[in-house]
Write a protein that binds this ligand. Structure first.
Ligand SMILES: Cc1cc2nc3c(=O)[nH]c(=O)nc-3n(C[C@H](O)[C@H](O)[C@H](O)COP(=O)(O)OP(=O)(O)OC[C@H]3O[C@@H](n4cnc5c(N)ncnc54)[C@H](O)[C@@H]3O)c2cc1C
Length: 376
């Protein structure tokens, strides 16, 4: 049984459609007559200046966005965003904010200084709350700093066969809220930008095309422009099937810097502190605590569902003329201001953050093949 039939058999697809979320992307439309110029990447191992491995905080049932009472404290959980934390940060931050506001507390602790903690903290400040961030590490020593940084709100965000209807509803609300928030960050100090995104296939996929090559499980109509199929005359790739769309990407170092600076400018405090056990949370002066510790929440809250899905990235020296995103043959390219990132893998349950040269070589080889097959 293929994935689509399985979803249909379990009723997941119809439930998802009923809430406005679909489990498959619409078939790409045939594009207009515009031609797309795609500058070639300079690919060689000696242009790789950095290799990283990040651990996506994955939960099969989806991120945990929930309120819990812990002795005299109210805890609001906001963690476990898989490969979608950058995209969903504002949206799940907003859901968490609603839970915090319902407590009536005015002084709030946020645990974690990743993209999720920072967005949540900023949203709380917007409502006049006094926020302190407690964190073990700061950027760049956190997962958020070693992400690709594109709009991908459904990438490895859950196992659709395990996600609850409540999560699907939260996901749709969070995705819409985040998308709208990003529209106000675009153009501001280059922290977020629109880019061309190409999907390049050696052979035309049969059946319903999947949403993406990053394990995306849901799709919401009406946000990004839909993918368009390009005719051979419109693109330089030597491939049987090519799609294009506009997508958003985040310049991670400047984005995190912007978030931390704004948070501090508005009176927020960032304290370096490791939370090792529940008693450490009890000892905090704030009565309301938002848990945005990502994978760090596993040990403290004994969350057996939380699992790393590791992803290696290899960073090439930037080429100013290269500003696109490309997915081909299980590898991806994303051009950011700080470098051109190659990646595409995901190892479930892998805690090892040591980069492996063979993965980098694989990314380079696969993308080099795409470049070699391009017309000049
Ligand atoms: C290779 C890769 C590519 C990705 N690409 C994308 C993408 O293109 N788009 C997208 O939307 N998402 C992407 N993601 C996913 C995204 O990076 C994560 O979902 C996101 O970074 C999670 O953010 P976070 O703030 O929850 O966690 P983190 O960034 O891990 O932050 C957690 C914070 O909690 C702190 N902390 C942890 N434990 C403790 C403790 N015990 N005590 C105190 N503080 C603690 C940490 O120090 C840190 O400050 C990618 C991830 C990877 C690995």
């Amino acid at each position: 049984m293929n994935r689509r039939n399985f979803l249909a058999a379990t009723g997941v697809a119809s439930l998802a459609v009923a809430s406005g979320v679909t489990s498959c992307a619409p078939r790409p439309r045939l594009a207009t007559t515009r031609t797309y110029s795609v500058p070639k990447l300079k690919l060689s191992l000696d242009r790789i200046v950095k290799e990283t491995v990040g651990l996506r905080p994955f939960r099969a049932s989806g991120p945990r966005i929930a309120r819990e009472e812990l002795g005299s404290k109210t805890l609001v959980h906001n963690y476990g965003h898989g490969g979608s934390g950058w995209s969903l940060s504002w949206g799940t931050g907003n859901l968490a904010r609603e839970m915090v506001l319902a407590t009536g507390e005015r002084k709030v602790a946020v645990l974690g200084c990743g993209t999720v903690g920072l967005a949540t903290a900023r949203l709380l400040q917007e409502r006049g709350l006094e926020v302190t961030i407690y964190t073990k590490d700061l950027p760049p020593n956190i997962t958020s700093s070693v992400a690709t940084g594109t709009w991908s709100p459904a990438s490895r965000v859950c196992d659709p066969t395990k996600a609850t209807p409540e999560f699907r509803q939260q996901w749709e609300q969070a995705t819409r809220f985040s998308f709208r928030t990003f529209q106000f960050l675009l153009g501001m100090n280059d922290i977020a930008a629109w880019v061309d995104e190409y999907n390049v296939y050696k052979t035309r996929p049969t059946g319903q095309p999947d949403i993406g090559q990053g394990g995306e499980v849901y799709h919401l109509d009406g946000l990004l422009p839909e993918r368009q199929e390009l005719s051979a005359k419109q693109h330089p790739f030597g491939a049987a099937y090519v799609t294009w769309r506009s997508n958003m990407m985040f310049n991670i170092p400047s984005y995190l810097h912007h978030q931390m600076s704004t948070f501090v400018m508005l009176g927020g405090r960032i304290l370096i502190r490791e939370i090792k056990k529940l008693e450490d949370i009890d000892a905090l002066p704030e009565r309301c605590v938002v848990n945005c510790m990502g994978l760090g929440a596993k040990a403290v809250f004994n969350d057996e569902e939380l699992t790393p899905v590791s992803g290696q990235l290899a960073c090439l020296i930037p080429q100013p003329e290269v500003t696109y995103k490309l997915n081909a043959q299980g590898a991806s390219v994303i051009a950011r201001k700080d470098g051109i990132y190659l990646g595409g893998n995901g190892l479930v349950g892998n805690w090892d953050t040591t980069p492996k040269r063979e993965y980098t070589e694989q990314f380079v080889e696969r993308i080099q093949q795409v470049m070699n097959e391009m017309t000049d």
